[in-house]
Design a binder for this molecule. Structure first.
Ligand code: OGA
Ligand code: MN
Length: 298
């Protein structure tokens, strides 16, 4: 049986019915999912009790895996709980215990509660993310998604013209700095988090639709005074995350949610993370192109 897509939020979020992600997919189904991603931007699959290997196999249908590294997190290899080609989006340590309140990794991970687009701090940022919910808390811990095409479309003409050529600088230093975590970073970490450039307006390669490429990692606009850039980006973020652009996913174990980072932002919502368990694992599909020319270091 081939898959079907039922829209949960018209033009933005769909539920995929009839897929079993533990098995290789027929080419037609892969194509239908790909087309669904181009047209919507978030797809939800229920009842997928998959292993890490099955998640990776499914992910590979959509491109190359982007590996987490020391430039994208503070985790050292010896502290990793799961395999190196997946991002650990849990609140757990290697012993499968919730991270303590003052744990450095926990405090860094709180940054996921800021609206962002995955890997916008990389020169070539991520295309898709696939998040598999293995263990979900009894309350809270939703993930929210905002449609950056609808947010762009709703801007007035003057603002569209003003932002057309804007290039931003993105870095983990900016997102973590906004939570006051930057004091806690080592010199080596700070150097690894050097800013990259991203266009503020992106054009989707298939649909041709424009979207606002915002993220908590964006902290400067090239050629602008920083406070003016920050307040301008803050206003745009407020606009882009109004409730009419937002979908909230309430997790059940076995859900897999897949989103297009080129057309959306997302954020985690809080839960009782020092006592409850939330085990989520993310595979990330590498992007295919930079959005802006980078400055070559001297
Ligand atoms: C992510 C992420 C949000 C969440 O996986 O990239 O930001 O709700 N997750 O865990
Ligand atoms: Mn994320």
């Amino acid at each position: 049986m081939s898959i079907q897509i039922r829209e949960l939020m018209p033009g933005f979020v769909g539920e995929v019915i009839g897929a079993d992600l533990s098995k290789p997919l027929a080419q037609d189904d892969v194509l239908a999912i790909d087309q669904g991603m181009d047209r919507l931007a978030v797809l939800v699959f229920h009842g997928q009790n998959i292993t890490d290997e099955q998640q990776l196999e499914f992910s590979l249908n959509f491109g190359a895996i982007e590996r987490p590294d020391r430039k994208s997190n503070i985790t050292q290899d010896k502290d990793r709980r799961i395999r190196a080609d997946m991002a650990d989006i849990s609140n757990l340590n290697k012993e499968h215990q919730p991270l303590g309140r003052n744990d450095r990794q926990r405090l860094f991970n709180l940054g996921n509660q800021l609206w962002h687009s995955d890997s916008s701090f990389r020169a070539t940022p991520a295309k898709y993310s696939l998040l598999s919910g293995r263990i979900c808390p009894s309350q809270g811990g939703n993930t929210e998604f905002a449609d950056m095409r609808a947010a762009y479309d709703a801007l007035d003409l003057q603002t569209k013209e003003k932002i057309e050529e804007i290039v931003c600088e993105h870095s983990l230093l900016f997102s973590r700095g906004s939570l006051g975590f930057d004091d806690d970073l080592t010199e080596e970490e700070k150097q690894g988090f050097a800013p990259v450039r991203q266009s503020l307006v992106r054009v989707h390669p298939k649909s041709g639709r424009k979207s606002l490429y915002l993220s908590a990692h964006a902290g400067r606009i090239v050629g602008w005074p920083t406070p003016e850039a920050r307040i301008f980006l803050r206003d745009l973020n407020e606009h882009a995350t109004q409730s009419q652009f937002v979908y909230a996913h309430k997790w059940r174990a076995g859900d897999l949610v897949m989103w297009d980072n080129r057309q959306t932002m997302h954020r985690a919502r809080p839960f009782e993370d020092t006592s409850e368990v939330r085990d989520m694992r993310r595979t990330t599909i590498a992007g295919e192109a930079m959005t802006a020319r980078q400055v070559v270091a001297a």
